[in-house]
Design a protein around this ligand. Structure first.
Ligand SMILES: CC(C)(COP(=O)(O)OP(=O)(O)OC[C@H]1O[C@@H](n2cnc3c(N)ncnc32)[C@H](O)[C@@H]1OP(=O)(O)O)[C@@H](O)C(=O)NCCC(=O)NCCS
Length: 194
């Protein structure tokens, strides 16, 4: 996939995830989450090639512009979407699958100060609610969601919902399989599911 196709996919993804999203040109200008992932891809490419100081500086510039701090070493898949942005921290050894969505205030952080895999791994199609903290090298399984303001320090299996402090996971019910991306789920509060 070339850069233009990737940017088109990101813009489609923004429209799919946010019913407030309008035209692509407007979205490309106003969405901090898009700016953050676009700048991260440049910073990550530099980091992987060993051009580390410019990658770190690029990440700091991105943070100043967007309020979203992504370490250039973090691995992030396709169709990554951040709604609202601001106050997000993603650590160096974090790994994020495809189709992941984060709200503002999320931390994918470490608990130790050693140069090891110390940040979370998020599977595909994971959603992390506003203010949630995922700490340590825990794994959030495919299709799972973490509730707003939860603090997660243990693995969450696939297709589970984790809430609370410390977070407790429960299987996601069949009725909760509808995607957050369905704009109808915003229009009808009774149908609101992530
Ligand atoms: C966790 C979440 C995914 C649960 O969704 P759900 O399965 O539809 O849950 P429900 O609303 O049916 O609530 C089920 C129970 O969990 C509780 N609950 C819901 N969200 C919770 C949260 N974040 N933390 C603690 N408890 C929560 C509800 O109070 C309810 O408790 P009860 O059974 O004692 O009445 C959702 O509430 C959430 O936090 N989504 C994040 C959305 C977000 O961050 N939006 C930001 C937009 S700007």
């Amino acid at each position: 996939m070339n850069i233009v196709q990737l940017i088109r996919e990101d813009l489609r993804n923004a429209r799919a995830h946010d019913p407030a999203a309008r035209g692509d040109v407007e979205n490309a200008i106003v969405y901090s989450g898009l700016h953050a992932i676009w700048l991260h891809r440049i910073n990550h490419a530099l980091w992987k090639r060993g051009i580390k100081a410019p990658a770190r500086i690029g990440a700091q510039i991105a943070r100043a512009l967007t309020g979203i701090e992504i370490h250039p070493g973090a691995t992030i898949g396709r169709r990554f979407f951040i709604d609202h942005g601001m106050g997000i921290v993603i650590g160096e050894t974090a790994e994020i699958g495809d189709g992941v969505m984060l709200y503002h205030g999320v931390t994918l952080g470490g608990q130790v100060l050693t140069q090891t895999k110390r940040h979370p791994t998020l599977g595909n199609n994971v959603t992390i609610g506003a203010g949630a903290k995922i700490l340590g090298p825990v794994v959030i399984g495919d299709g799972s969601a973490v509730g707003a303001n939860a603090v997660v320090t243990k693995d969450v299996p696939a297709d589970h919902i984790a809430t609370g402090v410390p977070a407790k996971a429960r299987p996601r019910k069949k009725s909760e399989q509808a995607k957050l991306v369905d704009p109808d789920s915003y229009v009808d509060p009774g149908n609101y599911v992530i």
